[in-house]
Design a protein around this ligand. Structure first.
Ligand SMILES: NC(=O)N[C@@H](CC(=O)O)C(=O)O
Ligand SMILES: [Zn+2]
Ligand SMILES: [Zn+2]
Length: 431
């Protein structure tokens, strides 16, 4: 018995495919892309994808699953259900859990929990420093040996340049990428939103754009000096984009990612003091948003990521100053990116699909991201015409901290298939 996805527009950027075709899945792997009309028998299962897009399973290289230790915010079980609902077949988990994932045991725990409770694939990211305290390198080589896919102290910067340089050198040695949360801790201190017109009007302490760009510049210089691979998390300012662009011209191995909220919202959206808009780096200005769009358009930035950062309702139900930073993003990423990037023609459909599949996979050396024959059958089906209003009904993440409730968005994932198993169908998570 085979599973056929019939008659959809198959977009597989890795193989240069963009055509109406059927996909055959057998024993959990892609058995071929073709016209299978004559081959389908009554014993086979068929998903009718006419009018839909059929793409490689989406891959998110930046999310927070909160397990171990912060299970009130999210677990691997709930976070991967949110991922499945958002069309993701694989997610990379940041190490800022309790304890921090800074050892072989931490990495193995994630793999074991994901195997036992996860609905989609989970790849752990190890910490750069012990406890992400920025003082002493974590056991990076050990973690790489047992499957850490990258290293990051996300949630915090690595304040000391000597430690960051050492981290880059170790990462380079084991062939991994450092994912940097770029923030000058002193400049950003006590800030709760972007520093500018709106922080002044609202009377909130600001985080200057330079707090990000300074660290982007430092990390680029360090990566350049040791020949290491650097990836900038949640790029949010025009200046960061400019620094990355210049570094790429010089041949530095640096990439960057953009999150949905930095495209969909600006600092003006903090008016109203909705704590769901509090995120790090903060929502920036229109000009920054424009710079992110042109960087995605010209290929300076090639990766889209959610930075899914769930928090409890209790934690977010307080004054703006005291709320934790973060937006629950897995379940609305695709339609938001669609509205911001595909509808206005900022990205072509194949380059957009690439930014959510093969580009992140290639950057971290993950399997997946293509529909090549013989590859694991991780597939996402999108209905580009389907509209849905964001509500918390049927919301899978424990983190209800989304500023997008009430927005009607077009283009949603309607099926998610992991290794040939259907884990979401018609917007309902299965399993
Ligand atoms: N992005 C956020 O606002 N929060 C993240 C940390 C991070 O990504 O830096 C979190 O872990 O809550
Ligand atoms: Zn971060
Ligand atoms: Zn993050």
């Amino acid at each position: 018995m085979a599973l056929y996805i019939k008659g959809g527009r198959v977009i597989d950027p890795a193989n240069g495919i963009n055509k109406i075709a059927d996909i055959k899945i057998e024993e959990g792997v892609i058995a071929g892309i073709d016209d299978f009309a004559g081959a389908i028998t009554a014993a086979d299962e068929v998903i009718d994808a006419a009018g839909k897009l059929v793409v490689p399973g989406l891959i998110d290289i930046h999310c927070h699953l909160r397990e171990p230790g912060l299970e009130a915010k999210e677990t691997i079980a709930t976070g991967t259900r949110a991922a499945a609902r958002g069309g993701f077949t694989a997610v990379c988990a940041m190490p800022n859990t309790k304890p921090v994932c800074d050892s072989q045991t931490g990495v193995e725990f994630i793999y074991n929990r994901a195997k036992a409770t996860g609905l989609v694939r989970v790849y752990p990211i190890g910490a750069i420093t012990k406890g992400s305290d920025g003082q002493e390198l974590a056991e990076m080589a050990d973690m790489a040996a047992c499957g850490a896919v990258a290293f990051s102290d996300d949630g915090k910067p690595v304040p000391r340049s000597d430690i960051m340089r050492l981290g880059l050198q170790y990462a380079q040695m084991v062939g991994k990428v450092i994912i940097s949360h770029c923030e000058d801790p002193e400049l950003a201190k006590d800030g709760v939103m972007h520093e500018g017109y709106w922080s002044t009007v609202l009377g909130l302490r600001g985080i200057p754009a330079a707090a990000e760009a300074i660290m982007v510049a430092r990390d680029i210089l360090l990566a350049e000096s040791v020949g290491a691979k650097l990836h900038i998390a949640h790029v949010s300012t025009a200046r960061s984009v400019e620094l990355i662009r210049q570094a790429q011209w010089r041949g530095v191995n640096v990439t960057g990612e953009v999150c949905p909220h930095h495209l969909a919202l600006t600092d003006a959206d903090v008016e109203g003091f909705n704590t769901a808009t509090k995120v790090n780096p903060p929502l920036r200005t229109d000009k920054d948003r424009e710079a992110l769009r042109s960087a995605l358009n010209d290929g300076t930035l090639t990766i889209l990521a959610t930075d899914h950062a769930p928090h409890t309702a209790e934690e977010k139900a307080c004054e703006y100053n005291y709320a934790p930073f973060g937006i629950s993003g897995l379940e609305t990423a695709w339609p938001l990116f669609w509205r911001e990037l595909v509808e206005p023609g900022v990205m072509t459909l194949p380059s957009f699909v690439a930014a959510m599949t093969v580009a992140p996979a290639k950057r971290l050396g993950l399997p997946g991201g293509t529909l090549s024959t013989g590859a694991a059958a991780d597939v996402t089906i999108i209905d580009p015409e389907y509209t849905e209003t964001v509500t918390l009904e049927n919301w899978q993440s424990k983190g209800k901290n989304t500023p997008f409730v009430g927005q009607t968005l077009r283009s949603w994932p309607v099926a998610t298939i992991v290794g040939g198993r259907v884990v979401m169908r018609d917007r309902q998570v299965i399993g």
